[in-house]
Design a protein around this ligand. Structure first.
Ligand code: NAD
Ligand code: UDP
Length: 369
């Protein structure tokens, strides 16, 4: 009977969940079918509801992650200072009973009771993280200390959104997790690269010294709907430029390579890592191994948008990595994860989204673009 009481309580929170309890859906021989037959969410489901904090939850990846966790029925707290995002990314979630939005800066301590933490708060595009490099380093380091302290107190699991930038301008190609990287510690990208490396160190030290249940994922370039049109990242730049009839800005001669992962694949990888075995802390690479030169990407965007823009060459920024491609053997073996969306398919969806928004409603988060 108890599970039917839970079913009644759970219904508004789990509109999309399917009934699981055999007794409720099929009935028990010789007994009346329970009142909430077809709605009987078993103890298992109730026990699996978690209180989850997503820092940087209003951003491009964070907002999609919040959406997915809400659909799974969890209580989601989205924490963000809106430095590189805007409320419109999560407006549609505000009415959901299991969603809460907090304006807060992750460099400051905060006291919450949670079961899991996804730590995504950090400016991610070069122009944004270089705008206030000291704040970027503080966000990675003090943000990590704050979420790790919370995880230690609450005995929560905590996942760090690290980055392929920890490999710097890689001398090993493709990059396995065992590669220790080639980062210039005093260059303009160092505030981000070294901040993320320091955060990984803190995660592993809290794990070894305090037994905190940690996960580290190294995210390779990810794209999709809800990227900030003025974040200056290559895909958002090229699509916006193509749709507005502007020149496509290729930095250097465009021979540098990147591997682009569609956001749905990436969010799936984040959740798999969080739910994966406790003896697997990572770091694990999450990215799409398809590798493209920046010029190839520009040509593809022109083809898919049908735009007539011309290419203009701009100087290559300092320390811009010449090549990047993830080795995802570990993610395949330990998480059963691999990307499923091809670049051209993901670009079509992203272009459709860019066509659907009013770009004039967005303002560049920093004057760097
Ligand atoms: P994003 O800029 O859209 O999201 C970052 C979010 O963090 C934003 O909402 C921003 O306002 C918030 N934020 C920044 N500083 C904060 C602070 N001090 N306190 C609270 N909130 C703060 O970028 P994204 O692409 O969604 O990236 C999310 C995470 O994934 C970042 O940690 C980033 O380093 C990592 N990552 C992303 C990629 C990618 O290609 N998208 C690649 C590697 C790593
Ligand atoms: N890039 C470019 N034109 C742009 C923006 C970026 O050619 O308008 C290049 C940039 O120099 C880099 C690549 O595209 O080589 C990816 O840049 P992005 O900022 O998206 O990501 P990251 O360099 O952090 O991988």
């Amino acid at each position: 009977m108890a599970c039917h009481r839970f079913a009644k309580r759970a219904k508004p929170r789990f509109p999309n969940l399917r009934p699981r309890c055999k007794a409720a859906t099929q009935g028990v021989p010789g007994r009346r079918t329970p009142k909430y037959a077809g709605l009987c969410y078993t103890f298992h489901i109730m026990a699996s509801i978690k209180r989850i904090l997503v820092t940087g939850g209003a951003g491009f990846l964070g907002s999609h992650l919040c959406e997915r966790l809400i659909e799974q029925g969890h209580d989601v707290i989205c924490l963000d200072n809106f430095f590189t995002s805007q409320k419109s990314n999560v407006n549609h979630l505000l009415g959901r009973p299991n969603f809460e939005l907090l304006r807060h800066d992750v460099t400051l301590p905060i006291w919450l009771e949670v079961d899991e933490i996804y730590n995504l708060a950090c400016p991610a595009a070069p122009g944004h993280y270089q705008y206030n490099p000291i704040k970027t380093m503080k966000t990675s380091v003090m943000g990590a200390i704050n979420v790790l302290g919370m995880a230690k107190r609450c005995r929560a699991k905590v996942l760090q959104a690290s980055t392929s930038e920890v490999y710097g301008d890689p001398q090993v190609h493709p990059q396995p997790e065992s590669y220790r990287g080639s980062v210039n510690p005093i260059g303009p990208r160092a505030c981000y690269d070294e901040g993320k490396r320091a955060a990984e160190t803190l995660f592993m030290d809290y794990h070894r010294a305090n037994g905190v249940n940690v996960r580290i994922v190294r995210i390779f370039n990810t794209y999709g709907p809800r990227m900030h049109p003025y974040d200056g990242r290559v895909i958002s730049n090229f699509i916006r430029q193509a749709l507005q009839g502007e020149d496509i800005t290729i930095f250097g001669v465009g021979r540098q390579t990147r591997s682009f992962c569609y956001r749905d694949d990436l969010v799936d990888g984040l959740i798999r890592m969080m739910n994966g075995p406790d003896d697997f802390c990572g770091p694990v690479n999450l990215g799409n191994p398809g590798e493209f030169t920046i010029r190839e990407l520009a040509e593809l965007v022109l083809k898919l948008t049908g735009a007539k823009s011309t290419f203009v060459v701009r100087p290559l920024p300092a320390d811009d990595p010449t090549q990047r491609r993830p080795d995802i053997t570990l993610a395949r073996e330990r998480l059963g994860w691999q990307p499923t969306v091809a670049l051209s398919d993901g670009l079509v969806k992203t272009i459709d989204w860019f066509r659907s928004i009013d770009i004039s409603e967005y303002r560049p988060p920093t004057p760097n673009y």
